[in-house]
Design a protein around this ligand. Sequence first.
Ligand code: SF4
Length: 146
Amino acid sequence: MKVNTMTGSMRDEVKGVEPTPAVWKARGYCLKCGLCCRDTEMVLTPSDLRRIEALGYVKREFTVFRRGFYRLRNVDGKCFFYRDGKCIIYEYRPLGCSMYPIVIEVENCEVTVDELCPLARETKREELAKAREFIKRVLEELRLTY
Ligand code: SF4
């Protein structure tokens, strides 16, 4: 079954699929503007692929393989999973999405804060430090070193 939204009852149906680890547990100030879901080049780790496939999605439909990595596919300029102004797999989204506005430029293993996000400048030093464990995990999964 393909899960299109994550309402309470559907969450029961995907029991056994671990949600994406929460990077920003205390962060309640996302504007939900969707800017980060446009023209995405988000790289997917092997565990992202497994988690999203476990929801019933087919890899070749939601990914493109570009510059050495599986990445989220865009449809009409927006992420495959961005519909009606929201992420339809939010609780199961790629780890990279959950770290935003911190982004890993996998080509050169640089970690930056994406200025596209209206709240990028509010990213605190402690948040960057907290994100480090997740950055490490993403890079390990991609077999890259930082
Ligand atoms: S998976 Fe969700 S959060 Fe990530 S880019 Fe797509 S719509 Fe946005």
